[in-house]
Design a protein around this ligand. Structure first.
Ligand code: ADP
Ligand SMILES: Nc1ccn([C@H]2C[C@H](O)[C@@H](COP(=O)(O)O)O2)c(=O)n1
Length: 285
């Protein structure tokens, strides 16, 4: 269910003010039919807003933003990190806990949208296809952020924020995205984040070296990614460092917990267990 936070009453009163104006455009004298139509529309609008709109009074409140109703108390944790840093493996581990819902990145969609593979196209020709992939990624991640949460805690892989601050930024800074494409993506991103509430309570950053990711990437052997050089992972790493460690580049949607993630799998699982309470104790913003 959806509502306009902080705008329910304003929206109703605005529409109420507009209805008589619409009526008077048809009939300056206010004939019986017009008055009845106006009353009917007013009742319908009032019922519509009463059934859908709300003003959130909890700590999540962001006046004027569209937000989901009834999910203020659920915790949202985003797992961030370089390509092949171990995010999916981390999520797999936590998916075994009964109170945690896990959402991995919808990579299968990025590899197949109505028979097309924008992920492969982007790696083949980023100047041409970067905007195509990133527009679709933005849409699919927005859909992830907005989907209803089925457990007290949601852990999701990356976020609409890193898609913009890391990947779109990297394409643009490296000269592989034309300025106009970057401007259009930025307009979309700014509109979304200004008008829609996308609460995140904690970012868990899996901190790896680009070399480790390169090794794991080769081991994973995803067809589209065979062309990724170490330098690409170094650029992504630097953008993550500036955003989540130095905290100097872009706004943080939530506090950051850093987990060193160059270790072998067994050590990583211990580290996840050690950090479980810290992760799950993140206060809902
Ligand atoms: N701690 C680890 N040590 C060695 N290999 C790992 C570790 N964690 C994950 N891997 C392997 O590295 C590859 C990338 O891991 P994955 O979880 O898919 O990364 P991401 O989701 O961040 O892209 C996979 O083949 C995975 O099995
Ligand atoms: N905004 C994004 C997000 C991801 N990608 C690419 C990077 C990888 O090739 C693939 C999946 O990432 P992983 O989960 O393995 O880290 O999608 C991108 O280009 N832009």
């Amino acid at each position: 269910m959806w509502g306009i936070a902080g705008a329910g009453r304003a929206g109703v009163s605005l529409l109420f003010r507009r209805v008589p104006r619409l009526v008077s455009a048809h009939c300056a004298a206010g004939c019986n039919i017009c008055l009845r139509v106006a009353a009917g529309v007013q009742t319908w609008v009032q019922t519509w807003f009463q059934s859908r709109a709300y003003v959130r009074t909890g700590p999540h409140q962001t006046p004027g933003k569209l937000m989901r109703i009834g999910e203020e108390k659920k915790m949202v944790i985003c797992i961030e990190g370089n390509i092949a840093s171990g995010k999916t493996t981390c999520l797999e581990y936590f998916s075994k806990s009964s109170n945690i819902e896990v959402l991995t990145e919808p990579v299968s969609k990025w590899r197949n949208v109505r028979g097309h593979n924008p992920l492969a196209l982007m790696y083949q020709d980023p100047e041409r296809w970067g905007i195509t992939l990133q527009t679709y990624i933005q849409l699919t991640l927005l859909d992830r952020h907005l989907s209803s949460i089925s457990a007290p805690v949601r852990m999701m892989e990356r976020s609409i924020f890193s898609a913009k601050y890391i990947f779109v930024e990297n394409l643009f800074r490296s000269g592989k995205m034309p300025e106009v494409d970057f401007a259009v993506l930025s307009e979309w991103f700014d509109w979304i984040t200004t008008n829609i509430s996308l609460p995140v309570d904690l970012i868990v950053y899996l901190h790896t070296s680009p070399q480790t990711c390169h090794e794991r990437l080769k081991h994973r052997c995803r067809e589209e990614e065979k062309v990724i050089p170490l330098e690409y992972l170094e650029s992504i790493h630097q953008l993550y460092e500036d955003w989540l460690i130095k905290q100097t580049s872009f706004p943080l949607p939530a506090p950051v917990l850093v987990i060193p993630a160059d270790h072998d799998l067994k050590t990583m699982l211990h580290l996840y267990e050690e950090n479980r309470d810290k992760i799950l104790a993140a206060p809902c913003v």
